[in-house]
Design a protein around this ligand. Sequence first.
Ligand code: M1P
Length: 255
Amino acid sequence: MVSSALADRATKKLVLFDVDGTLTPARQAVSTEMLEVLRDLRKKAVVGFVGGSDLVKISEQLSVQGSNVVEDFDYAFAENGLTAYKLGKPLASQSFIEFIGEERYKPLVNFILHYIADLDIPIKRGTFVEFRNGMINVSPIGRNATIAERDAFAAYDKVHGVRAAFVKVLQEKFPDYGLTYSIGGQISFDVFPNGWDKTYALRHVEDEGFEEIHFFGDKTYKGGNDYEIFSDPRTIGHSVNSPADTIKIIKELFP
Ligand code: M1P
């Protein structure tokens, strides 16, 4: 049985969306058209997002005129579901630092900061390591980059593979840490315990009795941060190439 608070929908289907590149352009605000489509979809199915970013950033992108994003969606999963809400109420969580421990974290973060200090890339800004609840986010250019600077870094990284090389070094240097390195956005990569990818969010919904769980994402290829949940047998995966593509598929699936 789908929980009674969600039983008013026309179907017992859950539809989950990645955020960047799927509901919005990378790190930018959602469009009015997308909000209308989601509002309409919420009459037919249970709707949630599952983003890699933290809740503050996702709220900036998805909330409109002071609305509360954890109430606008039935399920709100930030940091792959390590920060989780159902109908505005928080769900149980775990933390990255508790998993890894201070003694093992220190050498990792020290190594990362040294590596970035020695990195020769066109520009550097600030906030090279962002410490979150369920992960750390590492950015060679720094999270304070502007939209133009992040676009330029993303293009540079396509050619020079700065992040891929960084991840390889970390995998070799810390082989026994049990960590996954996931390149999900334009300027950074996420570091979290193995298994704490977006399939983590499914732990919060698997006993809810949904007949189908749909997932929409743009980074569904192997190595992308949508790959695991997209290819999980519990979901029906949809690979999109833009928010416009997401809208098109929603309209086809839920006319
Ligand atoms: O949602 C995808 C990614 O979005 C951001 O990546 P970037 O800043 O590199 O574009 C980050 O919040 C990252 O954690 C997240 O996975």
